[in-house]
Ligand binder design. Sequence first.
Ligand code: 13P
Length: 259
Amino acid sequence: MESNNKGTSSLPFLLCANWKMHKNPDSVRDYIRAINKLPALKYPKRFIFFAPALTLFVLAEELVNSSYGWGAQNCHFEDQGAFTGENSPLVLKQMGATYCLVGHSERRQLFFESEEMVQKKVKSLLNHSIQPIVCVGENIKERKNKQSFQVVENQLSGILKNIDSLDRICVAYEPVWAIGTGKVAGVEQITEMQEHIRHLCATEGKTLHFLYGGSVNEKNIKELSQIPGVNGFLIGSASLDPLSFFNLAQNLVPAKAGI
Ligand code: 13P
């Protein structure tokens, strides 16, 4: 990985809703219809929805010709084969997905995903022109032991090994201790980790897209969105209700909304 911090990302500011294993086809349909009925969003192009795999066909139907994007929370790296229970990146592409999360800490902890597996998924997604959002972050013990930078560095060097198009990668810093706990990372913690990640990943002329995730909500997004260089957020529980998610989007500072 080269060290160069110059340049700009080609993606817009993103508000990513990760619904995890919540919602069914009917509630996904109701959600999208509800959000479409709300008054025009100030910044409509920036919503990306990550629904459970069994409901993705609803997003594919409801978001045809929409300015909102959608994607899967995980995929396999092979297009097809004897991989019981897995999701094909080829089929995601055929369905119209434009994004996919990879290496979420819940996948690493609960489903034992290794950096090597995540690296193969990133490669496969890039081959299909699906935007990977690579999740990294330390746990509380690692933070207390002052190992956060090293942990994230190890994760990224494994995942981004032999991947030369770093400008096509989104990295989401999601400290495990901030996910679902109400303990959002501080401005300083996000800033210094962002600098570390950009230093590790930036390529000549362009920089990667940097997202933060972990207990982002309607109240704290204003402060968080003022952090220079943060290009978006990955939002779990505060994205489950369409009205809350809409309100959260309205609280972005104008500079980050591109106006
Ligand atoms: P919460 O916003 O519920 O903390 O979840 C964050 C997350 O895991 C998004 O991927």
